[in-house]
Design a protein around this ligand. Structure first.
Ligand code: C2E
Ligand code: MG
Ligand code: MG
Ligand code: MG
Length: 280
């Protein structure tokens, strides 16, 4: 592995790795000088209740267009924003935008915001969230924060206490991408999350692979036994929808219903469908 010698140069590098590091550094510089309001956009994707066919929640998903690099995927820029600490102000911007939009929607629509571990560890995210909630007037139980399992795994007091404080405020906690990490049933119990989002890799193969169907059924059964809501991520086809619904899963999200869309479009989408989906 290449090592940083502390003066910003890398020794023993492979040319390919050098290019990767260069890009990463460039992106970090771009991120640091970005103007949130002009360079970032929040898209929203609906989560649908499979019984009532109504939209329950819209998830906020961040998009970045860099002046020099064009569109950069969240899977690439979020880790850079996390490592550089920029996720703290950027994440606050996302929370504010998302809560502002939600406060303009009917009260039965919630908004989900992805939260990075760094936001919890390196900032007082509880203060940030409660300030934003009072400024936007959004009822706390209409905000769902999505965290990943790895966050629950490391037995960190700050994380623990932040999650408890958020729940005490009335904010809901969702476990994102469930099944991809070191999923442990014990952790689900200990932290009492409200929603479990089953990773889309299980949904993708559910039609062809009986094992994946069995896993989904087991997760759904478990969440119900613990009084939690289950969500299937990445639903793309009608066949997947049939199996997911038959598994007893409560909600689903995916291109089948809608890709992530800009604010105007999600409002139009919700209004046009009377908050209810025809396809489901
Ligand atoms: P995530 O929270 O698991 O979000 C779901 C991802 O799956 C989104 O990718 C979404 O566009 C994509 N997706 C939704 N439906 C389908 C489908 O039917 N098929 C397929 N193939 N994909 C689908 P996206 O927007 O690229 O975001 C990737 C990840 O970046 C998110 O995963 C989340 O972990 C992170 N992210 C996005 N926005 C934020 C943010 O504001 N803050 C933080 N901390 N992380 C964010
Ligand atoms: Mg998410
Ligand atoms: Mg996810
Ligand atoms: Mg993800």
């Amino acid at each position: 592995r290449a090592k940083d010698d502390g003066r910003g140069t890398y020794r023993f590098f492979e040319p390919e790795m050098d290019a990767q590091l260069q890009r990463r550094r460039m992106l970090e510089l771009q991120l640091r000088s970005a103007n949130f309001d002009t360079d970032f956009e929040l898209l929203f994707q609906p989560l649908v209740d499979l019984q009532t066919k109504k939209v329950t929640t819209i998830e906020a998903l961040l998009r970045w267009t860099s002046t020099f690099h064009g569109t950069v995927a969240p899977d690439e820029f979020i880790p850079i924003a996390e490592d550089s600490g920029l996720i703290v102000p950027l994440g606050a911007w996302v929370l504010e935008k998302a809560c502002t939009l939600a406060s303009d929607l009917p009260p039965y629509i919630n908004v989900a915001v992805n939260l990075s571990a760094t936001q919890i560890r390196r900032s007082n995210v509880v203060d940030t969230i409660s300030t934003i909630l009072s400024e936007t007037g959004l009822s706390p139980d209409r905000l769902e924060v999505e965290i990943t399992e790895t966050l629950l795994l490391d037995d960190n007091r700050e994380v623990n206490s932040a999650l408890r404080q958020l729940r005490a405020l009335g904010v809901r906690i969702s476990l994102d991408d469930f099944g991809t990490g070191y999923s442990s049933l014990a952790y689900l119990r200990r932290f009492t999350v409200d929603k479990v989002k089953i990773d889309r890799s299980f949904v993708a193969d559910i039609v062809g692979d009986p094992d994946h169907l069995a896993i989904v059924q087991a997760i759904v059964g478990l969440t119900h036994a613990l009084g939690m809501t289950s969500v299937a991520e990445g639903l793309e086809t009608e066949e997947q929808l049939l199996l997911i619904r038959a598994s007893g899963c409560d909600e689903a999200q995916g291109y089948l219903f809608s890709p992530p869309v800009p604010e105007d479009e999600i409002k139009e989408f919700l209004a046009r469908r009377g908050w209810k989906l025809r396809v489901a």
